[in-house]
Write a protein that binds this ligand. Sequence first.
Ligand code: DOR
Ligand code: ZN
Length: 346
Amino acid sequence: MAAELTLRRPFDWHVHFRDGSVMRAVLSGTAEHFASALVMPNLVPPVVTMDDAVAYRDRINAYLPPNSEFEPMMTLYLTEATSADDVEKAAKAGVITAVKLYPAGATTNSDSGVRDTTKVAAVLERMAEIGLPLCVHGEVTDPDIDIFDREAVFIETVLDPLRRRTPGLRVIMEHVTTEDGVKYVQSESENLAATITTHHLMINRNHIFKGGIRPHYYCLPIAKREHHRLALRAAAVSGDGRFFLGTDSAPHVDGAKESACGCAGVYNAPNTLSCLAHVFEEESALDNLEAFVSMNGASYYGVSPSEKTITLKRQGTAVSYKSKVKTEEGDITVFDPECDLHWVVA
Ligand code: DOR
Ligand code: ZN
């Protein structure tokens, strides 16, 4: 059995850093292991213009240690008022790497998102023209649709029609959680890819309710049945270039999670690489870990893989992680995979 793995430094193609004191506390969890990460724009208020993205990038860089080589990649939050010219300017200036579509009301801080995708057609067409990718939170928001069905219904009623209307648009189905999503991505040979989170490879919906309600396993899209988790694992470990890591590491302080109406989000950045090596080892696919975490996403986004490397070592005794990260606003609970982890970043 391999005891050491050296990989190109990974990219996290979907992360939430938040802002201010929470960002200060969580940033190192990602920056210490990753070459770069695609930073989600769902702040309050959201990152909607090029100027907002420049200012947010500056705030992130200001919190990185002076010797850090981590590079944040920025996104804009698509609204029905987004200007195609501003998007193009931000892309051409190298300020943004993608635009994010949140259906209004689908998740945390998505109220300014898109209600009617035909209203953003001009922006999407411009993005297709200039080759700027669209990241999609793929869930319908209709309260009459069962929460476990919202991804599958979104693909059929929103995503596929949107893609047909906008030929050439490069789309990433973010945090895919269903076999339906995996199959949809596999059915297309170009302009469609998906990110998969660490936690959706490790938990199914039973974890949310094991012995009581477990708010730290609640995220959106919600974890689904076991057969969906197995489909995600098969896709992730396959080496297929259409699937790559987006952790969706989404910190919320414990008070906001452990509440009568707790926030959605799993904070998994600190132990993500240990968890992923564990999953790939279980699937006898450690040889494909580098494709999933370091190569596939870079290739889809058209950026060079990192020249730097990271080494993971397998140790006999279980790795211990801090279960919480302290912030000025309160503690944040780190994802508990409920199994011993043996791989650790050296
Ligand atoms: O669980 C989630 N948390 N899903 C999202 O889409 C947003 C995220 C957040 O920002 O907390
Ligand atoms: Zn997210």
